[in-house]
Write a protein that binds this ligand. Structure first.
Ligand code: KG4
Ligand code: ZN
Length: 336
């Protein structure tokens, strides 16, 4: 089975072609127009998808050395994400499926992130905990059976990636903040400033990153007010360490609470090398089997959507042409 995947939920326009064995192509363009605004501007995002998507689908097919008539199905993100952006991808997917007379399936973007790394068979890893940390989400998911997701912890305010983006804005490091903070932090001391680890003592698996972001803002404002110099690298490194500490600790609490021996990491924040290193080391100590996607499969990409679509289409699942976009779709929800 050969499946075309389409991802337009936020500011990446992406198309990919997969079959049972491999990802044949995965073309991703990140829209640069948002950089001047410190965040994604929804209308600009959907317009850019409208311009770029069809050429990118053609590139994905060319890279896979296939044509439209080789496709057996279409998979498309239909939520969560920006409504206008999702509509562009879903509209194109329906048009293609209709004209090629092949099935199409709407995929939950968060499931795509989780299945980006789930081998040839999504059942192989069950039961496992998935830690998803991206620009819009931070959650811990228990996957006891394939395609069944139970949220066991999540952020009560900002997502981890959102905190990186906002702190980068405070430090004037540019957007998106994750990569710039990671780069700046390399020159800094991660133990220089003791930023808060929220909900640490609480007996739950939730996260909170809003207070951490405010603590960084107050630290910087106070230094400036008193005319004191400070190291941006130390702030970046100490902030990054606080996020990593919380994500690692809460994830391991979830593994212990549900008796899981397998862990999947997913989402854009998982590109962070300090985070990857700390998870690898703790998993080694506790003998937990760890699956981390290649960095390219961590951030938004259609390869992960095409894989999830392939798994579901192989089970005989299909969406119908009445399928709508679902901007607030949760991982444990079904939306038609
Ligand atoms: O999964 P993703 O591409 O999009 C969403 O679904 O949100 O994640 C994007 C987020 C952004 O907030 C970005 O700052 C963060 O991932 N990110 C990182 C790194 N690279 C991207 N965060 C920390 N360290 C990184 N190296
Ligand atoms: Zn994402």
């Amino acid at each position: 089975m050969t499946v075309l995947g389409i991802e337009t939920s936020c500011d990446e326009t992406s198309a990919a072609v997969v079959n049972e064995r491999t990802i044949l192509s995965n073309i991703i363009t990140t829209q640069t127009i948002h950089q001047d605004y410190g965040g994604v501007v929804p209308e600009f995002a959907s317009r850019a998808h409208l311009k770029q998507l069809v050429p990118i689908i053609n590139m994905a097919l060319a890279r896979a050395e296939l044509t439209l008539t080789d496709l057996d199905g279409i998979a498309v993100t239909h939520g969560p994400g920006l409504a206008g952006s999702l509509l562009v991808g879903l509209g194109v997917a329906k048009g293609l499926a209709l004209s090629l007379n092949v099935p199409f399936i709407g995929i939950n973007h968060l499931e795509g992130h989780i299945l980006a790394v789930a081998g040839d068979n999504p059942a192989i890893d069950c039961p496992y905990i998935a830690m998803v940390a991206s620009g819009g989400h931070s959650l811990l998911v228990l996957v006891e059976k394939p395609f069944q997701y139970q949220i066991v912890g999540q952020t009560i305010d900002d997502a981890a990636g959102e905190a990186f983006d906002k702190v980068a804005h405070v430090l004037q490091l540019g957007y998106p903040g994750g990569p710039t903070i990671e780069k700046t932090a390399k020159e800094g001391n991660a133990r220089a400033i003791d930023f808060p680890r929220a909900l640490w003592g609480k007996n739950n698996l939730d996260f909170s990153f809003s207070g951490l972001k405010t603590a960084v803002l107050y630290y910087v404002q106070k230094k400036k007010r008193h005319g004191e110099s400070f190291s941006i690298a130390d702030v970046a490194a100490s902030f990054q360490q606080a996020v990593v500490d919380v994500l690692v600790e809460k994830t391991f609490r979830a593994l212990h609470a549900y008796g899981c021996r397998q862990l999947v990491l997913a989402g854009g924040v998982v590109r962070n090398t300090v985070l990857r290193r700390e998870f690898e080391s703790r998993c080694k100590t506790e003998q937990i089997a760890l699956r981390i996607p290649d960095p390219i499969l961590c951030t938004d990409n259609a390869g992960m959507i095409a894989r999830a679509g392939l798994f579901r289409l192989q089970r005989g699942e299909r969406s119908d042409y009445g399928l709508d976009v679902c901007p607030n779709l949760a991982i444990d929800q079904i939306c038609s």
